[in-house]
Design a protein around this ligand. Structure first.
Ligand SMILES: Cc1cc2nc3c(=O)[nH]c(=O)nc-3n(C[C@H](O)[C@H](O)[C@H](O)COP(=O)(O)O)c2cc1C
Ligand code: SF4
Ligand code: SF4
Length: 214
């Protein structure tokens, strides 16, 4: 999946997400926020100027969003994004209301709309985790300015596991891997990074501690 695919999933199918911000003491606060629209400039959402959520964003313009869809955990896909947000004001409200007609029931008149403001998540990183696929499909992406300065690969490997030269090729890790993403090649274990769940079972199982977390 690409960043565009993930944005599309977040807006059109998941839509209602859990949003994290930080309060004045730097402590995390979550609330439920609908993602109304996405384009090449980011993800758009609406809030009320009086809400604490809005105040937190104005003080520290960073947010993270997670959403998940599926009938049960093994048939679910999750997307998470995080990064910098900016307030756009009211210019995009008519477009966002037209795309999301249910908003007219929540804010039916001009007075209630006056209280609203639009924000955009315009730069950051994200990842998807698709448990509907076998093996599990997961990956990461960057968007906005960050896209030009960073490739997706380092983000994908953050927290990942690597086989070191201490490997003796015993195969214990391949047996322990729940996602079948370790093969033996030339007497050494090889982890398929794009399929790895980063569960750490291989590192726990290795008799010579040859697998390390990055
Ligand atoms: C399904 C659902 C969707 C919501 N979407 C939004 C939203 O898009 N924007 C918003 O400001 N509040 C939305 N809310 C309400 C917020 O979750 C709620 O006002 C928030 O938790 C208040 O947080 P605060 O007190 O930190 O400002 C939604 C609530 C529900 C149940
Ligand atoms: S971390 Fe888990 S999924 Fe990844 S290779 Fe090791 S055992 Fe397999
Ligand atoms: S369990 Fe350790 S030593 Fe054995 S193949 Fe895997 S990494 Fe190599």
């Amino acid at each position: 999946m690409t960043a565009k695919d993930c944005f599309e999933l977040l807006v059109s199918q998941i839509h209602t997400t859990v949003a994290a911000t930080v309060d004045e003491e730097g402590l995390p606060v979550t609330c439920v926020i609908d993602l109304m629209y996405a384009d090449e400039n980011g993800l758009y959402f609406i809030t009320s100027k009086d809400k604490d959520f809005c105040k937190r964003l104005k003080k520290k313009p960073y947010a993270a969003f997670s959403g998940c869809m599926g009938k049960d955990p093994l048939h679910s896909t999750a997307v998470s994004v995080r990064g910098k947000v900016e307030e756009l004001g009211q210019d995009m409200l008519p477009k966002l209301f037209a795309l999301n007609p249910y908003m007219d029931e929540i804010c039916p008149d001009d007075k209630s709309k006056e209280a609203l403001t639009v924000f955009r998540l315009y730069e950051g990183t994200g990842e998807w985790y698709d448990l509907t696929k076998k093996p599990v499909d997961r990956g990461s992406f960057v968007f906005g300015q960050k896209q030009q300065t960073e490739t997706a690969a380092p983000a994908a490997q953050t927290g990942g596991y690597v086989v070191t030269e201490n490997c003796i090729g015993c195969g214990t890790c391949a047996d322990a891997c729940p996602n079948g993403c370790i093969t033996l090649d030339g007497g050494s274990a090889v982890i398929q990074q794009d399929e790895c769940l980063q569960c750490g079972c291989c590192a726990d199982a290795c008799p010579v501690s040859a697998i390390e977390q990055q």
